[in-house]
Design a protein around this ligand. Structure first.
Ligand code: CP
Ligand code: NVA
Length: 309
């Protein structure tokens, strides 16, 4: 199978390639020692324009476990923060290291790193997409149900990077997807991403539904997901957003409406009392810590598939 040069968007990958990554992630989890020299001597540069716990830890720990090392480069400390062009940064980094993982505001920053550099680039979250997280989420859901095809995933909340990556990820894995966002278009998903995801869903015979009706939309779900109402960079809108998302909290009533076997996932960090109540996120249906752990295995699978010789 043709190897992808980068991991920037789920959209760039075929259903077969996504499945292959998930299979490697499972193998990484079950037999980590098999891979402990696979990136021996390699270095991953990690550019962070935003905060991170899980993403930094999964890539840094993952590189170490694969036999390489990772460099943490806060954009505040490197010259990007002072205006050095992305094309110079990408070309220089390509002379030092074997891969770049970047967490940025603008999606174009990661696509430009890929365009101008000559090494694999991994999207560690942009304002538009969070593809690494979705790989861990799909791994978690598949572990729990033993399959993905035929399941329904419902996302409730902001039409943000997580919503986009969920509609893309389900569109590659035979899952139906419902996205529930408020009526106000400010909180809706990106139209171009929705259009592309609709095509993927149509091609695999699944549905992508977008609604503002929580109780109707969530019915019959196997997986209920949510995310913060105030993503990184939107802190100034906090009060306005909390008001706009009234009625979109995932509570026990929402989980009941989903169905008796429905599980709950959240990429974290979570804000209990806002997008989800403790009764759900700290309850028996919540798989948040398995999901967080799977960031490590899924991210190792991505690095392995891009960087192993
Ligand atoms: N879910 C996630 O990306 O977490 P961090 O922001 O802690 O990396
Ligand atoms: N939507 C959130 C995800 C955090 C992992 C954000 O962009 O801040």
């Amino acid at each position: 199978m043709a190897r992808q040069p980068h991991f920037l968007s789920i959209n760039d990958y075929s259903p077969k390639q996504i499945k292959q990554l998930l299979d490697i992630a499972d193998e990484m989890k079950q037999h980590p020692k098999r891979f402990n020299k696979s990136l021996k001597g390699q270095v991953l540069a990690m550019i962070f324009e935003k905060s991170s716990t899980r993403t930094r830890m999964s890539f840094e720990t993952g590189m170490y476990q694969l036999g390489g090392i990772a460099q943490f480069l806060s954009s505040r400390d490197i010259q990007i923060g002072r205006g050095e062009p992305i094309y110079d940064t990408a070309r220089v980094m390509s002379r030092f290291v074997q891969g770049i993982m970047a967490r940025t505001f603008a999606h174009q920053t990661v696509t430009d790193l890929a365009k101008y550099g000559s090494i694999p680039v991994i999207n560690g979250l942009t304002d538009l997409e969070h593809p690494c997280q979705i790989m861990a989420d799909l791994q978690t859901v598949r572990e729990h149900f033993g399959k993905l095809s035929g399941l329904k995933l419902t996302y409730i909340g902001d039409g943000n990077n997580m919503a986009h990556s969920y509609m893309q990820g389900t569109g590659k894995t035979g899952m139906d997807c419902t996205i529930i966002t408020p009526k106000d278009v400010k909180y809706s998903c990106n139209a171009a991403i929705v259009e592309a995801a609709l095509e993927d869903h149509a091609a695999q015979g699944t549905t992508l539904t977008i609604t503002d009706n929580v109780m109707e939309g969530v019915a019959g779900s196997h997986v209920v997901a949510t995310d913060t109402w105030v993503s990184m960079g939107m802190e100034e809108e906090k009060a306005e957003r909390i008001a706009a998302f009234k009625g979109f909290t995932v509570d026990n009533a929402v989980m009941e409406a989903a169905g008796k076997d429905a599980i709950f996932i959240h990429c974290l960090p979570a804000y209990r009392g806002y997008e989800v109540l403790e009764e759900v996120i700290d309850g028996p249906r919540s798989l948040i810590y398995d999901e967080a752990e799977n960031r490590l295995h899924a991210q190792k699978a991505i690095m392995y598939s891009l960087m192993a010789k």
